[in-house]
Design a protein around this ligand. Structure first.
Ligand code: SAH
Length: 240
């Protein structure tokens, strides 16, 4: 795969000029030269092969060819809702969810959650999504939603048909192995709790709103491990 670059405006075939920080990144950091083949993407699902025509520090001109439509997305949307883990583990979580093809991430506020990110922090998470998309070849960006309260979020009417709430030691959990036997759903939402776990009330509210509890085994996983197990399972269940 050619080196990939993201631009946050709509691309089209023909001559394209990049200026400012984008041009600096291509010319000075990545040292691309006239004649080099690169790949541009703008998050619309397409991949735009491009040839560098000229490369100055602050202005790079490229000839963009007809876009390709590589199949790198899951067959149906997957949303992961979880409180953000602390520090670098939040960036790790977003990077890996992007690689696994997750469609959207909802940072949750729960009774026991401790990290409640501001807009600035959520913008920084988008940077990790973009970097991971460049690396893994995704041409659609994982959407990072604003902070949401679990009890309002779990009742939203526009959530996917299959909604799974990870909760250790649930009394009658749904098993992923059983779900794997069912026809692929039209979309999945996963909820993972904070390090202190969901409270009993929060689990009840979720179940009343149609969320099914899943148990991921006898060990207690960290937020990001639980989220990645679920996302990896969804990737297998929903692969085209
Ligand atoms: N101390 C908490 C565990 C929190 S771990 C408790 O005992 O409930 C953080 C979150 O990861 C949990 O709220 C849950 O959503 C998920 N999780 C971790 N291990 C799990 C397991 N074995 N089964 C199901 N969910 C798990």
């Amino acid at each position: 795969m050619s080196e990939r670059f993201y631009v946050n405006w709509p691309l089209a075939p023909g001559e394209v000029v990049l200026e400012g920080p984008e041009a600096h990144h291509l010319a000075a950091v990545c040292r691309i030269r006239p004649g080099d083949e690169v790949c541009l993407f703008d998050g619309d699902g397409l991949e735009y092969p491009a040839r560098v025509l000229s490369a100055a520090r602050r202005r790079v001109t490229l000839e963009v060819a007809v876009p390709l439509v590589p199949a790198r997305e899951l067959a149906s949307p997957v949303e992961v809702a979880a409180p953000l883990p602390r520090g670098d583990r939040a960036a790790f979580l977003l990077e890996k969810l992007t690689e696994l093809g997750v469609t959207s991430f909802v940072p949750l506020r729960t009774r026991r959650s401790v990290v409640h990110p501001r807009e600035t922090k959520l913008d920084r998470l988008l940077h990790h999504v973009i970097e991971a998309s460049k690396q893994c070849g995704r041409n659609v960006l994982l959407q990072v939603h604003p902070l949401a309260d679990w009890e309002s979020y779990c009742r939203l009417g526009n959530l996917p048909p299959l909604r799974l709430l990870a909760h250790p030691g649930s009394l009658s959990p749904t098993h992923l192995a059983t779900l794997s036997q069912c026809p692929a759903p039209a979309g999945i939402a996963f909820a993972v709790g904070p390090e202190g776990g969901f409270t009993d009330d929060e689990v009840e509210v979720g179940q009343a709103a149609g969320w099914r509890c899943v148990d991921l085994g006898p060990r207690i996983l960290r937020i990001e491990t639980a989220a990645l197990v679920l996302a990896a399972w969804a990737g297998l269940a929903l692969s085209p």
